[in-house]
Write a protein that binds this ligand. Structure first.
Ligand SMILES: C[S@@+](CC[C@H](N)C(=O)[O-])C[C@H]1O[C@@H](n2cnc3c(N)ncnc32)[C@H](O)[C@@H]1O
Length: 336
């Protein structure tokens, strides 16, 4: 069931400022708009809020135009991309959705949902206590998705928006899913798309991303060359170096006989933790932290040789000895 525009608006935020939005009616035309705190009005087309900024429209005009053309025939041909590999599309998509570990009451986001081929499968795993948010940059693709989701049990909120400027609050979703978009070099800025997925996910949320990408070991095979000749997207590489530092338990595996990838991770808080303060055994001593922060002007070979000799004689590490010598000398000279 598609959530009413009034309730949808309450769960959405401005894609730029992340501040509240409100549903307003134009006095003269009675047309409905979604307005941000600066008075900017986002249009609503066929009950789908269009939360694209002028920048989004400018930067993503290629994708918008491309899928305007493809929308009408997309569902007719999509299954072939799986059958080439002797796989059932539904099985492959369901295997990916399994990785989300969906539960009753979950807030779930599907990014670049297209015509809703996964949205329908995800909706079957959720109940009326959950909410499925679906977004895509193409109105034409989403219109088909909107129709398919009319009668599902789970409440659904659909927005036309840009994956790199999502209209959802921070820490909002329990699970985030994307197939055939993020991570594939097709986005103008994949780094920003990953960052947005992390921003809108709750700490601990599962994020599952899949798409086409030939395994590096298959790039020069006949299998790889025939596929790449047919569709250049097989040559996309998975942008692991663009993952935000909050990504935890990252896994990357291949599906579709090595022609597609699945990237899974969860959201952690900040950078990963490690114990950088344990005393390193051995003559040099110190800790990983003192070795990183405590680098001082180099000493002569002779001073280093003497330091090592003294440390050995005293039975302490070079780190402890030099630390003590500097602190003692500073104390003698009243330097704090
Ligand atoms: C290959 S289709 C995949 C659709 C669907 N996920 C599926 O598996 O069938 C790629 C989709 O990404 C959408 N897309 C492209 N750039 C986007 C962006 N910046 N933000 C959101 N969606 C985008 C396109 O409109 C299109 O619907």
């Amino acid at each position: 069931m598609i959530v009413s525009l009034k309730s949808s608006t309450q769960s959405l935020v401005c894609p730029e400022s992340h501040t509240e939005l409100k549903l307003v009616e134009d006095n003269e035309s009675s047309e409905l708009f979604i307005e941000n705190s600066k008075g900017y009005k986002f249009i609503i087309r066929n009950n789908i809020p269009c939360l694209l900024t002028e920048k989004d429209i400018e930067e993503s005009s290629y994708a918008i135009e491309l899928f305007k053309e493809k929308a009408a025939i997309y569902d007719e041909y999509q299954h072939l991309s799986f059958e080439i590999f002797y796989k059932s599309e539904e099985d492959v998509r369901n295997n990916l959705i399994d990785k989300l570990n969906l539960k009753s009451g979950y807030q779930v986001l599907e990014v670049n949902a297209g015509t809703g081929r996964d949205s329908i499968l995800i909706s079957k795993r959720l109940d009326e206590k959950s909410c499925l948010h679906v977004q895509d940059i193409s109105f034409d693709m989403l219109s088909i998705c909107h129709q398919k989701l009319q009668n599902v049990l789970v409440p659904v909120v659909i927005t036309q928006s840009n994956a790199i400027r999502l209209p959802y609050p921070d820490d909002f979703f329990d699970a985030v899913y994307s197939f055939g978009g993020v991570g594939m070099n097709t986005y103008a800025n994949n780094k920003d798309a990953f960052k947005e997925l992390i921003r809108v996910s709750k700490p601990g949320a599962s994020i599952v991303i899949g798409g086409l990408s030939l395994g590096p070991w298959l790039r020069n095979s006949l299998f790889g060359q025939i596929l790449a000749n047919h569709n250049k997207h097989y040559l996309n590489s998975v942008d692991l170096h663009h993952l935000p530092v909050e990504a935890r338990d990252v896994t990357l595996s291949w599906i579709l006989n090595g022609a597609g990838f699945v990237l899974t991770f969860s959201k952690g808080l900040g950078e990963p933790k490690a114990n950088f303060d344990f005393q390193i055994p051995g003559i040099r001593g110190g800790t990983l932290r003192t070795r990183f922060y405590g680098q001082i002007e180099g000493v002569t070979d002779e001073a280093k040789r003497l330091l090592m000799k003294m440390a050995k004689e005293k039975g302490v590490s070079m780190h402890n000895l030099i630390d003590t010598i500097i602190k003692t000398e500073a104390k003698k000279n009243d330097i704090e």
